[in-house]
Write a protein that binds this ligand. Structure first.
Ligand code: 13P
Length: 287
């Protein structure tokens, strides 16, 4: 059964570990992530960007697939199905489609408009039993068409949004979607500390989890980060494993062109990446 992400993230913040949000793109991705979470007895959040939702033939298709897969694969660990960087309209669509969690990314609005829309969506989401993530400041780079300049969040604005009763908060602290540039100065722990002081016990979300050095991940978790989003890294490992299979000519041997064979190395590689992250985030055995 799908669950809201509230309880798992409150528990993670108290226990000083983080739950991974792994973005899904198709059936293989979903299956690899769920099987790994079950094997490691870890809670997990499946992230769906608006672009990935369209690609997978709509949010209702995604929701039906995930719910059926939980049953068919006997997944018993807590799993949340979460809209990633949702627009106002996208949030309503996912609430209707049966998601268990939504992110409303109002970071490109004025803070007043972000507050108004977040206030409304919190009410609706909570009435329907979903958890809600809000965003202040912006995550640099691009996530499936959502572009951010990477400005750090203002702690007072974070407090204003947190006070609306949201469940967890994504605040820009110098993190970037996609690969980090060579000259990236690192996470702004000074900003993270001020945000934590302003919002108290609210679980914080670290987007752009791909390529952040381990010591920074651990420090961020010690400062209140309870959810870490990973997308690009699974895409890179999937692509590398698929490339190796094709370059070795395996698709030309026997029935190696069968999609179940062609996509198998990539699906296995995703399991490895998810496992590595769950171990680093400390969520193993926390189901
Ligand atoms: P990466 O693609 O950098 O891992 O970021 C994922 C993310 O933050 C999704 O919201």
């Amino acid at each position: 059964m799908l669950v809201s992400a509230k309880r798992m993230l409150d528990k993670a913040r108290e226990g000083k570990y983080a739950v991974g949000q792994f973005n899904i793109n198709n059936l293989e991705w979903t299956k690899s992530i769920l099987l790994t979470a079950q094997e490691l007895q870890s809670p997990v959040i499946l992230g769906v960007s608006e672009g990935a939702g369209k690609y997978m033939a709509g949010y209702r298709t995604v929701s039906a697939m995930v719910k059926a897969m939980l049953e068919e694969l006997n997944i018993t660990v807590p799993v949340a199905l979460h809209l990633d960087h949702g627009s106002y309209e996208g949030c309503y669509q996912c609430i209707k489609a049966g998601f268990s969690s939504i992110m409303f990314d109002g970071s490109h609005y004025s803070i007043e408009e972000n507050i108004e829309k977040t206030r409304e969506l919190v009410k609706v989401a909570h009435a329907m039993g979903l958890s809600l993530e809000a965003e202040v400041g912006s995550i640099g780079g691009e996530e499936d068409g959502v572009v951010g300049l990477g400005e750090c969040a203002d702690p007072q604005e974070c407090k204003a949004i947190a006070d609306l009763g949201i469940d967890f908060l994504a605040a820009g602290i110098g993190n970037i979607h996609g690969k980090y540039p060579e000259n990236w100065p690192g996470l702004r722990f000074d900003v993270l500390e001020s945000i934590k002081k302003a919002v108290g016990d609210m679980p914080l979300v670290l987007h752009g989890g791909t390529g952040i050095p381990e010591d920074m991940i651990k420090k961020a978790v010690s400062l209140g980060v309870a959810k870490i989003n990973v997308n690009t890294e699974c895409q890179l490992t999937f692509a590398a494993a698929t490339r190796a299979y094709v370059e070795a000519g395996k698709d030309l041997e026997g029935k190696g062109f069968d999609p179940r064979k062609l996509l198998a190395p990539g699906a296995e590689a995703i399991k490895g990446t998810v496992k590595e992250k769950m171990e680093l985030f400390g969520s193993v055995g926390k189901a």
